[in-house]
Design a protein around this ligand. Structure first.
Ligand SMILES: CC(C)(COP(=O)(O)OP(=O)(O)OC[C@H]1O[C@@H](n2cnc3c(N)ncnc32)[C@H](O)[C@@H]1OP(=O)(O)O)[C@@H](O)C(=O)NCCC(=O)NCCS
Length: 318
């Protein structure tokens, strides 16, 4: 047996994102359910969210975001040999989204699989991509988080409809002489697996809001700190903290405990809602586009959600 030449490190080469055009404001929701802008902003932090129309699928959004990341990387489709899509809102079980997205982007016969770790999915997929590049199983990997939560939310249920939304974010991962993706810290609390669930195809997304809120605000900052420690990075060295955009109060509670006062905190939820596995690459790509973070700085990602699953790693911003 022979092991191929392995890369000393892997890094994110480029990012891309896509959001559906249709904006739904809190006032729009208040027309169809018993809620209001003040409650949603103070309890969840969302002002507006994007909702994809009937004909626009998880795969459609993933293809657009993935195509943008690929274009920004300067690579051609032939350079990519693995596609991973993190999602938990596909309409069908098969085919997987990764094979469809790879084909649509003209990537020839890539390895292709989906990851379902709910809102932590992108961080799981990124860690897997990094390991594949470092281990010689892939040269360049397209990693996409894409979600259409609007298809799985009951639009008359104010406890979920005000939170979730649609969108996609993508990253191209490739080899690097200096590591640009730190070791992942990942885990799960399967004892709380019923706290967020879609029971079957006849049911909508259900969550025990307060159970999730308590868990997220007490169990996750040690994961964030450990991801920094494993990467040999002090929180004071971070340029950005990009947690899953679940709820602004959760984001700010974890950020306070992380103690990275100098870091820009992603607050993309305000305009994008909670887009599950898409939220981290979507937020970081938008922050980069707006010039809020600089290329070369260090960002801490932290995904968490149904399962309950979590994962985080330090990455160099492309
Ligand atoms: C869902 C969540 C926003 C609810 O907030 P909360 O403070 O726990 O709210 P509660 O359910 O206790 O309800 C508080 C009050 O607001 C009301 N309320 C609930 N949803 C409302 C809404 N959308 N609009 C207006 N009022 C609402 C309730 O009826 C209740 O009223 P009452 O006090 O008169 O009985 C919060 O629990 C949460 O964010 N949890 C985490 C969920 C999450 O992040 N999920 C994604 C994980 S990836």
């Amino acid at each position: 047996m022979r092991i191929p030449d392995i890369a000393p490190g892997a890094k994110v080469l480029a990012l891309g994102h896509y959001q559906p055009a249709n904006i739904v404001t809190n006032d729009d929701l208040a027309k169809t359910m018993d809620t209001n802008d003040e409650w949603i902003q103070s309890r969840v932090g969302v002002k507006e969210r994007r909702v994809a129309p009937d004909g626009e699928s998880v795969e459609d959004m993933a293809t657009i975001a993935g195509g943008k990341a690929l274009a920004a990387s300067g690579l051609s489709p032939e350079d990519v040999d693995l596609v991973i899509v993190a999602t938990c809102t596909l309409e069908t079980q098969i085919p997987n989204a990764a094979a469809v997205v790879g084909h649509r982007l003209g990537i020839k016969a890539p390895g292709a699989f989906d990851v379902n770790a709910a809102c932590a999915g992108f961080c799981y997929a990124l860690a897997t991509a990094s390991a594949a590049v470092r281990g010689g199983s892939a040269r360049h990997v397209l990693v996409v988080g894409s979600e259409k939560l609007s298809s799985w939310v009951d639009w008359t249920d104010r406890s979920t409809a005000v939170i979730f939304a649609d969108g996609a974010g993508a990253a191209v991962v490739g080899p690097s002489d200096v590591p640009g993706i730190g070791p992942v810290v990942w885990g799960s609390s399967g004892d709380k697996s019923e706290a967020i669930a879609i029971k079957d195809r006849d049911n909508y997304l259900y969550q025990e809001g307060q159970t999730v809120f308590r868990w997220a605000t007490t169990a996750l900052h040690p994961v964030a700190l450990e991801a920094c420690a494993r990467a040999g990075v002090d929180p004071s060295e971070l340029s950005a903290f990009v947690p899953h955009q679940a709820n602004l109060r959760i984001i700010e509670a974890i950020a306070r405990k992380l103690g990275a006062e100098q870091a820009v905190i992603a607050r993309d939820i305000v305009h994008a809602g909670n887009t599950s596995a898409a939220s981290i690459p979507l937020a970081l790509s938008r922050m980069l586009e707006r010039g809020e973070v600089r290329s070369g700085g260090l960002a801490l990602t932290l995904g968490f959600g149904a399962g309950l699953t979590y994962a985080g790693q330090v990455i160099e911003i492309p």
